[in-house]
Design a protein around this ligand. Structure first.
Ligand SMILES: Nc1ncnc2c1ncn2[C@@H]1O[C@H](COP(=O)(O)OP(=O)(O)OP(=O)(O)O)[C@@H](O)[C@H]1O
Ligand code: SF4
Ligand SMILES: [Mg+2]
Length: 330
């Protein structure tokens, strides 16, 4: 069995910006948001891969492309040997069963008029995963798995707290027996104490069910706690990917270094957020030439504004970095 379960190659996604009559009359070119540019990524079977980066860097777009909520403009997504962009009909439904997305707001995917039991029952039966007489037992099993009381089955989503709703969202995702979970800001809207509970649940499920997990989050402390490896994104590109502890203790890319310095959650004794990344995040409407980080990088040199650094393996420990500086010092 291959160690890699998901491979992303040269994935790009552009969102066209609406074109006003004035712009058209003035003959201005159409503008577009470059949400993802040439993203390359390999996810290992059974790992939790954290995906981090500033707001707008393309994390959610990547997650949505992976489950085919968005079509990609170019590049490939290969899941367990399957070319994902070519999937249609039953094959796509089967892929979406194997790769489930759990959202920040489970209400967006839960029917508010259906009890938790009805929601789970529907998901199990649509995919014909159990005989009808086996469904009640399976529902009890799922509720227990995510730490919800058995009577949750007969209640509606609005009767639960935020953390419990996330557990319902996870139970629904698990009801179709996926291999991979993509969690986009799963706990961002929850109180800190509840966040830890939900993250620990995810950790337990990942081990118990041998799930592969993509964990997209802002909170670097949670990502560190949960992930085996972490990918850092900047302006639609992956700039560094490494084993979690290596990334946090010895970040190699100048942007990762700045991102960690600016994270108050990694050092609670810090009184104020240090503005470690100087300057504004450039607009994805008009990304910089060369290395996307060069206008803000304290170590930028001439080549950086001209040439895009490729994401390349550095050193023996499986770290990948996109920076010209590291090319010069192998
Ligand atoms: N449906 C869309 N239409 C147009 N532009 C979009 C759309 N979705 C995302 N974008 C743009 O694409 C870029 C990447 O957005 P995305 O939501 O993927 O970022 P993100 O890293 O998830 O940010 P956040 O941390 O705030 O969730 C942003 O500039 C965003 O404005
Ligand atoms: S390529 Fe240049 S600008 Fe980009 S991160 Fe490396 S040193 Fe900085
Ligand atoms: Mg997002």
């Amino acid at each position: 069995m291959s160690q890699t379960i998901l491979r992303v190659e040269g994935l790009s996604k552009v969102f066209p910006v609406s074109y006003s009559v004035v712009e058209r009359v003035q003959g201005r070119p159409r503008r577009a948001v470059r949400a993802l540019t040439e993203v390359n990524l390999e996810v290992r079977r059974g790992e939790t891969l954290g995906i981090v980066g500033e707001s707008g860097c393309g994390k959610s777009t990547l997650a949505r492309c992976l489950v085919r909520l968005y079509d990609v403009d170019s590049g490939r997504i290969v899941y367990d040997g399957l070319e994902v962009s070519g999937l249609r009909g039953a094959a796509l439904r089967q892929y979406n069963r194997r790769v489930q997305m759990v959202f920040q707001d489970p209400f967006s995917s839960l029917n508010p008029r259906m009890t938790v039991g009805q929601t789970l029952r529907e998901a199990i039966l649509v995919h014909r995963l159990r005989k009808p007489e086996q469904v009640p037992g399976r529902i009890r099993e799922l509720l227990e798995l995510v730490g919800l009381p058995a009577d949750a089955e007969n209640r509606l989503p609005h009767e639960f707290s935020g953390g419990q709703r996330q557990r319902i969202g996870i139970a629904r995702a698990l009801s179709v027996e996926p291999e991979t979970l993509i969690a986009d800001e799963l706990v961002s809207a929850l109180d800190v104490s509840v966040q830890a509970q939900v993250v620990n649940l995810l950790l337990k499920l990942q081990e118990q069910l041998h799930l592969t997990v993509l964990f997209v989050a802002h909170d670097l402390r949670l990502v560190r706690h949960l992930s085996h490896r972490v990918a850092v994104m900047y302006l639609g590109r992956i700039v560094e990917l490494a084993e979690t502890e290596r990334l946090f203790t010895a970040p190699a890319h100048p942007y990762t270094q700045a991102l960690l310095r600016a994270a108050p959650e990694l050092d609670p004794s810090r009184k104020s957020v240090v503005e470690a990344v100087k300057g504004e995040l450039p607009s994805p409407l008009n990304p910089p030439t060369g290395c996307p980080f060069h206008p803000r990088c304290p170590q930028a040199f001439e080549r950086c504004s001209k040439e895009v650094p490729a994401l390349l393996p550095r050193g023996p420990e499986g770290r990948w970095v996109a920076c010209h500086l590291l090319e010069a010092t192998p």
